[in-house]
Ligand binder design. Structure first.
Ligand code: SIN
Length: 303
């Protein structure tokens, strides 16, 4: 029997009673989808999942963004399932060692934005028994609601340009990332895109501040100086501590989060010999805005 236990914080719930290595009933999937919209971050503890299970579960939410990361240990058959890790083999990282190590929203830089991240914790760094390498979130539905009325009115109907290269260069410049500069070919594959500054969350019907510091570069309808000042304000506002929630990992946690209702960052507080190993699927919003998907899914949950 599925149970959903809210964390009692601004985000987060623990889901028990679901074995994600097995197919989910329509009712259980509907309850998980609803809980994802309501709580933003869902933890499924004590899951024993192979790479195919992670992929199958992720695909319930939408299409998985292809993964350019080099594959290991049988992952070749599953190019959509990425590896986040500081493990090295033969002098090279087996996956992405510094993915997401500052505030951002995955895939806001794509025409089809991201909906869900699925991370499966295989090895979690610990120091003196305390888990490191947590993932921190901020609630963008609450952040929208707390905006002053005049800001909501000023920005209503405006749009923001998101650029993949902004975060990439930030990691190289400010975080000593070893990633190479983007090539012209990569730039062509990831051109800047435009999205509304406020979205309506398809599950909750609440408005969302969709403007993350990782990728947002310009509010298109404002003069440049006003856009810069407004972006600074919005970035600071949504990271106010009252909107924040932190997940401390355990091995075999499967964590999913909603990219519409949250922004997030990976906390880089562990050293090169403190091993972190995760599998990740980045699921795009190919289904959730489609009522032919959403309505039956929520009805199956009794909504
Ligand atoms: C991500 O930003 O997608 C990764 C988050 C994490 O590794 O905790």
């Amino acid at each position: 029997m599925l149970s959903i236990e809210p964390a009692g914080e601004i985000l987060g719930a623990t889901v028990r009673g679901a074995d994600l290595a097995q197919p989910l009933s329509a009712a259980d999937f509907g309850r998980i989808l609803l809980a994802l919209g309501q709580h933003g971050v869902l933890r499924f503890p004590d899951q024993t999942l192979d790479i195919g299970d992670v992929k199958r579960f992720s695909e319930l939410f939408g299409e998985i963004q292809g993964n350019p990361i080099r594959a290991v240990d049988g992952a070749q058959a599953y190019p959509e399932v990425g590896i986040l890790s500081n493990v090295k083999e033969n002098g090279a990282y087996i996956g992405s060692p510094d993915a997401g190590q500052d505030w951002h929203t995955d895939m806001s830089y794509r025409e089809t934005i991201g909906f869900v991240n699925v991370l499966y914790g295989i090895r979690i760094p610990r120091r003196h028994g305390v888990p490191l390498g947590g993932t921190e979130f901020a609630n963008t539905q609450a952040a929208y609601e707390a905006l002053p009325q005049e800001i909501k009115a000023r920005l209503e109907g405006m749009t923001v340009t998101h650029n993949f290269e902004k975060f990439w260069e930030h990691m190289r410049r400010d975080k000593a990332s070893g990633r190479p500069a983007m090539t012209d070919e990569q730039r062509k594959r990831r051109p800047p895109v435009v999205h509304p500054v406020f979205l309506t969350h398809p599950i909750t019907g609440r408005k969302v501040l969709y403007c993350n510091e990782g990728y947002a570069v310009r509010i298109n309808e404002l003069p440049e100086a006003e856009s810069d000042a407004m972006l600074d304000y919005l970035f600071r506002h949504q990271l106010d501590m009252r909107f924040r929630y932190k997940h401390d990992w355990n091995e075999n946690d499967l964590l999913i989060w909603d990219h519409l209702g949250t922004i997030h960052r990976a906390i880089a507080d562990y050293g090169p010999d403190e091993i972190r190993l995760m599998r990740r699927c980045q699921v795009m919003a190919t289904k959730v805005f489609d009522r032919a998907f959403l309505v039956p899914a929520l009805e199956a949950a009794g909504v």
